[in-house]
Design a protein around this ligand. Structure first.
Ligand code: NDP
Length: 327
């Protein structure tokens, strides 16, 4: 018997409750994992609160991330005792996820825990941190080095944004952080941001081209803010876009692309191939300072998830939230 947060639907409303389940209730996948930690991402917030169509079938155990120890395995690639990480692959949306003491997972969705990392650190990072690392790698791949100038990060006090600020700063980039919350300024400076910009100012609709300010950008917000970042990006700069916290539209023009050779690089962590994921997890071990993670992460139990989910959707969460299903 073990505990899991279960989502059910009643008259079109999503209801969540902590339930006691048996191992035979879990889907029949090859690897049984005892979950040490999961985490709370924006998408988990949408799933648990029933905002947006994230969950494809009910009942659902949400939680798009998990880290833990293999208990049983029918796959030759994993043995009992192996430490593993799972993020993405529509787990917590189509397949039962990490807000549970146990989960059964397909072996091809697992990544071996990098040497020197543990489940708590992995889930302080989670999908949000992995996405931040993939965004930084996208900037590097397009030649954006620290000497090129300032990199702007939007939604900076959120999960993806916080980790992006910390990694960029560790790698020697000058970072400008865009936030809607003045209360997070000290936190963002602590992570390494040297310039703080207001969300209101950066969400103002831009002209097709504005004064060049950014060597690169990591955008978690979308809509007019991404359009402004593009209009302000330097000649041959790159913007990595991964989120839509401010909206899914992109009211821009071709001008930044055809006159300034600006590159817009999409970043997805959900279906990201395993070799790139493994590289990113190993990079996170070295490029994300432990003291930054201490600042970033709070720990909650399963029964705290519904409130935290409402808070992340309302934009009230700072940094990363770990979920301890054994708490
Ligand atoms: P968080 O809620 O932790 O952070 C989002 C941040 O965006 C908030 O903290 C806030 O930052 C800012 N924000 C919120 N609402 C608005 C708004 N209306 N206008 C402008 N800014 C706003 O979420 P995550 O960091 O987990 O995720 C960020 C985005 O990235 C989400 O859209 C998520 O779906 C997406 N994502 C995409 C992934 C991918 O694979 N492509 C993977 C993970 C996340 P502040 O308070 O500093 O202003």
């Amino acid at each position: 018997m073990f505990n899991a947060l279960v989502l059910e639907q009643e008259e079109g409303k999503t209801l969540s409750s902590v339930k006691t389940l048996e191992l035979s209730d879990l889907p029949d996948e090859e690897v049984l994992v005892e979950v040490s930690y999961s985490s709370l991402n924006y998408k988990d917030g949408l799933a648990v609160t029933g905002t947006g169509k994230i969950v494809h079938k009910f009942p659902m155990v949400p939680g798009i991330d998990l880290a833990g120890v293999v208990k049983e395995s029918r796959s030759p690639d994993y043995q009992p005792g192996d430490q593993v990480i799972m993020t993405g692959w529509s787990v917590g949306e189509r397949y039962w996820g990490g807000y549970s003491q146990y989960a059964r997972i397909k072996p091809e969705w697992l990544v071996k825990m990098p040497e020197g990392m543990d489940a708590a650190k992995a889930m302080s990072i989670g999908t949000a941190g992995l996405t931040a690392m993939l965004c930084v790698m996208a900037l590097e791949e397009s030649g954006i080095t620290p000497d090129r100038g300032t990199v702007v990060v939007t939604g900076a006090a959120g999960g993806v944004g916080s980790v992006a600020v910390a990694i960029l700063s560790q790698l020697g980039y000058t970072v400008a952080a865009v936030t809607g919350r003045e209360s997070t300024h000290e936190y963002l400076r602590g992570l390494g941001a040297s310039e703080l910009l207001s969300r209101t100012e950066m969400a103002e609709p831009a002209r097709p081209l504005e004064k060049q300010r950014w060597a690169g950008g990591i955008d978690t917000v979308g809509d007019t803010m991404l359009a402004r970042v593009l209009a302000e990006t330097d000649y041959r700069g790159t913007v990595a876009a991964c989120g839509l916290a401010g909206g899914y539209k992109l009211p821009t023009t071709v001008m930044p692309f055809i006159l300034r050779n600006v590159r817009l690089q999409g970043v997805d962590s959900v279906m990201c191939p395993v070799d790139i994921r493994t590289t990113a997890w190993n990079r996170l071990l070295t490029d994300l300072p432990d003291n930054a993670l201490g600042e970033i992460a709070n720990v909650i139990g399963l029964s705290d998830v519904p409130q935290a989910a409402a808070d992340i959707v309302a934009g009230k969460i700072q940094g990363r939230t770990l979920v301890d299903p054994n708490k």
